[in-house]
Design a protein around this ligand. Structure first.
Ligand code: SAH
Ligand code: SF4
Ligand code: F3S
Length: 442
């Protein structure tokens, strides 16, 4: 141990979306700058950080039961610093609950505190009580970042969300939408390419509204086009899109682009106009279906994925059937399906006619059954075809087993004795499952 300098091991567990994964990379960056080393064993750690997600009640409950289990670890290791970070920590009702029931937690801080992390850690180390930072502002520029992956990197282009979908906690915990300056994004992507990264994913809660809050006139399509032209990049991806802001200009830039992948993740949430209105989504089922038709027409080789919520307040049998109708009409490659979960502070909580758990369960099971069948059928269409894939990972237990991805974001596993990490290669698809493909490389 170096004298005068804190050092030891840190353990970070990340829940939730890609933005949280990125935030954990920043927190790890700070810790490594301070001389800490990563560990995957929580008993070995000196700093234990849970980066939390509040999007559904289940995700939040998981955190509290996790904290309950940490009590005994803290008893045996009193110097261990326990940190509750992220979207759960940001919610107003959480810090008082922590102080009352989990007083052994050293620090509670939300995503806005990212840049204040080193100072907060220092404070938490010295204090005998829980330090709390839920202030709703803070810069996110010029932070260190410890990238967890060697081939793919994530680059935030905006933070927060202004949409206030009535079920969603994100605008409350991440604040209003704030776009990063294009120069900072471009510089970061250029540096990543220089370091050897092959795939970049642009991150934001609603990437399509990028630039609306900037003085300079730039929109998402312009940004994509600029980044697409950077030499050395292989794949350019982005998430998440909002159907309302996904305009024809973006589709055309993707079509003309060389590196922008033909994977469209466009959450439709519900197929019923009545429910879409109650959700405050800002589009109709007709608009969504037309958008899908437009994409399919302009970019015939594509993959379409979506998010769907079942059991939103007021959802009747006929509304749910309209959701199924969209699933059957569009034939998505994959769908992330969720049971509506009431979130404290959102508008939907106070809406009438909440759906019973039994009906929610019945509906999600039926939806999943239909979607899984479609996903498998879509993957089976690729059997026997040759696909160009970017090799992004290697199995830890069997170094001959690789994971690769098509431009359409399909995961392909294959074997080879050659060193192929980071290479763009062609594989033949020999087996199809609903979520993955098996390939042969010769
Ligand atoms: N900003 C992204 C992701 C938001 S969270 C977007 O707008 O698409 C990811 C998904 O979680 C959402 O698309 C939605 O389908 C689901 N979700 C959000 N809040 C939810 C809630 N209260 N209950 C159930 N699912 C929810
Ligand atoms: Fe939540 Fe809607 Fe914003 Fe997505 S667009 S983060 S679902 S409020
Ligand atoms: Fe969850 Fe926060 Fe992301 S609530 S989905 S981790 S923005």
């Amino acid at each position: 141990m170096k004298t005068g300098k804190p050092s030891g091991f840190y353990f970070i567990e990340t829940f939730g979306c890609q933005m949280n994964v990125y935030d954990s990379e920043v927190l790890a960056g700070y810790l490594e700058n301070m001389g800490y080393l990563p560990t995957t064993k929580e008993e070995k750690s000196d700093i234990l950080l849970l980066n939390t997600c509040a999007v559904r009640q289940k995700a939040e409950d998981k955190i509290f039961s996790r904290l309950g289990r940490l009590r005994s670890l803290k008893n045996t290791k009193p110097d261990l610093i326990i940190i509750l970070w992220g979207c759960v920590a940001q919610q107003k009702h959480v810090a008082p609950k922590i102080r009352e029931r989990f007083g052994f937690v050293d620090l509670v801080a939300g995503p806005h505190a990212l840049k204040r992390f080193p100072k907060l850690l220092e404070k938490a180390r010295l204090a005998s009580h829980t330090i709390v930072d839920t202030e709703e502002k803070g810069s996110r520029e010029d932070t260190p970042v410890k990238r967890m992956h060697g081939i793919k990197a994530w680059v935030p282009i905006s933070h927060g969300c202004n949409n206030y979908c009535t079920y969603c906690i994100v605008p409350f915990v991440r604040g209003p939408e704030k776009s990063r300056h294009p120069q900072n994004i471009i510089r970061e992507v250029e540096e990543l390419i220089k370091t050897g990264y092959r795939e970049i994913t642009l991150l934001g809660q609603n990437v399509n509204s990028y630039g609306k809050d900037l003085e300079r006139k730039i929109d998402f399509a312009d940004l994509l086009q600029t980044l697409d032209r950077l030499a050395g990049l292989v794949h350019l991806r982005y998430m998440t899109s909002h159907p309302r802001d996904f305009n024809e200009k973006i589709i055309r830039v993707i079509r003309e682009g060389e590196k922008i992948c033909e994977h469209f993740h466009l959450p439709f949430q519900s197929g019923s106009n009545k429910i879409l209105k109650l959700m405050n989504r800002g589009y109709t089922r007709e608009y969504y279906l037309e958008l899908m038709t437009k994409i399919k027409k302009l970019i015939p080789v594509n993959a379409l994925t979506t998010d769907i919520i079942v059991g939103f307040p007021g959802e009747e049998k006929k509304d749910f059937e309209e959701t199924l109708d969209i699933v059957e009409k569009v034939r998505f490659d994959a769908a992330f399906t969720f049971v509506y979960s009431p979130r404290q502070g959102t508008r939907a909580v106070n809406m009438k006619n909440h759906v019973t758990p039994a009906i929610k369960k019945k509906r999600i099971m039926l939806l999943n059954e239909i979607q899984n069948k479609i996903s498998l059928e879509k993957n089976q269409e690729l059997l026997g075809t040759k696909q160009i894939v970017l090799v992004e990972g290697r199995s830890k237990t069997d170094t001959n087993t690789y994971t690769a991805r098509t431009r359409t974001n399909k995961i392909v596993h294959f074997s080879s004795a050659k060193d192929l990490l980071g290479k763009l290669i062609t594989v033949e698809i020999i087996e199809a499952k609903p979520w993955t493909l098996l390939g042969r490389y010769t």
